[in-house]
Design a binder for this molecule. Sequence first.
Ligand code: GRF
Length: 202
Amino acid sequence: RRVAILISGRGSNMAALIRAAKQSDFPAEIAVVISNRADAAGLQKAAESGIAVEVIESKPFGKDRAGFEAKLQAALDARGIEIICLAGFMRLFTAEFVQHWYGRMLNIHPSLLPSFPGLDPHGQALRAGVKLSGATVHFVIPEIDAGPIVMQGAVVVRDDDTPDTLSQRILGVEHRIYPEALKLLARDQVRLEGDLCRTLAT
Ligand code: GRF
């Protein structure tokens, strides 16, 4: 399966996916990394790993989401992409784009969804006083951080955690579960059916 990773920044999840996909038994190939920001640090990491990179700036499109998505879709089509992994991609999609990629687009979020969607999930978790937090890989639906869950991993929240220390601990889980979730999707072992993620017998 040909995969595109979409990033806007650091790209540590992207790097974890690239690393995993280099294993000979991995069922997917990272065909391209696309950033909507030219200054995304992840771009250099991807290029150093020998992965094709593209920048499609979203800023010039302003509120014209469909215009940006048309350019993005053309790039994805040109490379025969079948699966999209969002990895710190900070731009919302239209319902039309999401529908086009129904069941074929994953995102990762650093909380145990449905708790703490959106911005500052680590701060939200600390303020709520939860004793466990973690990361969630989910199918993308039009509502932000709300899609059917593919995989989760948990960490213990310590009394002295700050958003920084908690995010570092959760990041370790993210890097472990995102490649595993992509593996399941690429092998057709998970499927989006209506509003549910169905796990098929392996
Ligand atoms: C990660 O915490 C991810 O869960 C969230 O944005 C962050 C991106 O980090 N969606 P990175 O760019 O993968 O290092």
